[in-house]
Write a protein that binds this ligand. Sequence first.
Ligand SMILES: [Mg+2]
Length: 237
Amino acid sequence: MEKNTAANEENSKLKILLVDDEDRFRESLGQQLSNRGFKVYQKSNGEDAIKIVRHKNPQVVILDQKMPGMDGIETLKELKKINLLLVDDEEQFLQSMSTRLGVRDFNVIAVNRGEKAIDAARNNPVDIALVDLKMPGIDGDETLKALKNEHKWMEVVILTGHGSVDSAVECTKSGAYLYLQKPCELDQLLDVLKDVYKKRVMNRKDIEEKKLNELMKISQSSSPRDMLRKLQEIDEG
Ligand SMILES: [Mg+2]
């Protein structure tokens, strides 16, 4: 029981990632921040920073500009990539698409089953999921429902072959942004992804506004600790 409370407390902390190659500076700042109740991750280079961002999804990243290897600007560029989950049982399509999208500012996670997609989305930040309708195991529609259920702000685009347009239309009723017929041109796909991402950003802006209002309410009455906890609740909503 006691363990659980400690774990909950650990989970409710705001997560900050400190990235700096100067160990003494980083460690001292890290210590000060964790004394103040933040969960602090420390990394000395950009490559490790990117891994931890994708794994732990911190709310704040403090980034040194000058570092050996990947510098702060390159790291930031990498961190700003759109996180795309690509789900398709056709290996060749999966590989060629992820390569082509990877060179166009997407961070692609490619998996060949719906089950794996649900798992991947639990462990990685995902902005947009691109999901094939017909797959062995759980199909695109089931995958879509599970993803939307667990991550309500994730946008999902369904990929469909000829002859399954009716089912694809059904998917838009289950919350898919739209469906796209395969084979599709890369330019057409990029165009769709651009629109979907815009929607995602608008949604987030909407959340920000709600957050701000919520914050105003909290800040009038709560202790800093309660505030931090509520802030994180808002962030996850
Ligand atoms: Mg398929």
